[in-house]
Design a protein around this ligand. Structure first.
Ligand SMILES: [Zn+2]
Length: 142
């Protein structure tokens, strides 16, 4: 069971109503079975949850996201380490270097990494050169 505070848009009265689920609320509303206890108007809406409830939820999610972000950051850093050890850094020349590998058929050349604009990536893709986009965390410790 779920309790909603409903508000009537016509007479502005607020009242609590119980539903089996949030789906049931939507279903009853669609079938026009929801009406105001005071004036019978069908313009009945759910009110927002109490602000206190929203605040505590937001706080919880922020904390959760920070933990999640730290984990992702660690994964990214591990990848970065791998890339740094196995690929050649070409900086902003990525598009140029990628083309040179592609057109000169340098199959034995080391993989490269660097930065490219979205326009560069689009053009490379049009030319049949695949590039992986990877999130990069700037590491101030190094
Ligand atoms: Zn009403």
């Amino acid at each position: 069971m779920i309790k909603y505070k409903l508000i009537c848009k016509d007479c502005n009265i607020k009242f609590d109503s119980w539903f089996a689920s949030s789906n049931e609320y939507e279903k009853l509303k669609k079938r026009k079975f929801l009406n105001c206890h005071s004036c019978n108007s069908l313009k009945v809406e759910k009110t927002l949850m109490a602000p206190k409830l929203i605040n505590s939820k937001t706080k919880y999610e922020t904390k959760f996201n920070t933990v999640k972000y730290q984990k992702i950051k660690k994964t990214i850093k591990n990848y970065q380490k791998f890339i740094k050890n196995n690929f050649k850094y070409v900086g902003d020349n990525f598009a140029y270097e990628a083309r040179s590998i592609h057109y000169n058929n340098k199959k034995k050349s080391k993989g490269i990494y660097g930065s490219a604009s979205t326009q560069d990536l689009k053009e490379l893709k049009d030319e049949g050169i695949e590039a992986q986009i990877f999130p990069w965390v700037e590491d101030k410790e190094n």
